[in-house]
Design a protein around this ligand. Sequence first.
Ligand code: SF4
Length: 254
Amino acid sequence: MTAVARPRGAKARAEPTVEVLRELYPDAHCALDHANAYELLAATILSAQSTDMRVNMVTPTLFAKYPTPADLAVADPAEVETIVQSTGFFRAKARSLLGMSKALVEAYDGRVPPDIDALVMLPGVGRKTANVVLGHALGVPGLPVDRHVLRVANRIGLAESDDPETVEAQLCGALPKTRWTRASDTLILHGRRICRPQPLCDQCAVQDDCAYYRSSSKDRTPEKGRASRGSRKSPGAKGPRKSHDARKVRKPRR
Ligand code: SF4
């Protein structure tokens, strides 16, 4: 992965900030049910534009009928479409599942390669999916960047980009490899529970370390006046509604 510039101070702050969140979310893990790398690869392909819960409802049937890549590679596309229909975009997903399985059989003897460059060449597999499988099923450090990681990392100031691959490179450069996968799980949970599109800053354990919160707090101080309002927006992130959130957010500790 190419090294990219990080926000100032991100490397020093990344590990302690993620550690605070990690202690808050000891349950952070991959929520897609799987027994091996093939199953996680298929489940992650199905999770696009769907929910983990929905995917977990269809994969038991899928994996019972097609327990290996070799089984799925020769499946009837219509039957696969029927099984995965409720996850949405079912025709494209069925195509990706069959293509991915055929590629595994033809190029890797039915095994999932523990290598991101090989994984992203498989049909339906991007960097996020590849990193999920590397980190959670193959024991290879990977840091998946989904919309939650993108939003939270930008707001805290650990990354500065709306491009997932750039954010992945910035976070990977700021954290030890051994923390990559768990950091992604942790930031995802924080994004789902607290740092939502409309963030619950008054309930946040890392507000003192958050660039967005500090900037929003400054915006709300009367002496700063109107000129500074809305001066900082993290990429892809909606800020607190001033009239509402300004009342809720507690004063940061110094
Ligand atoms: S302080 Fe607010 S914006 Fe910053 S990480 Fe916490 S919830 Fe997100």
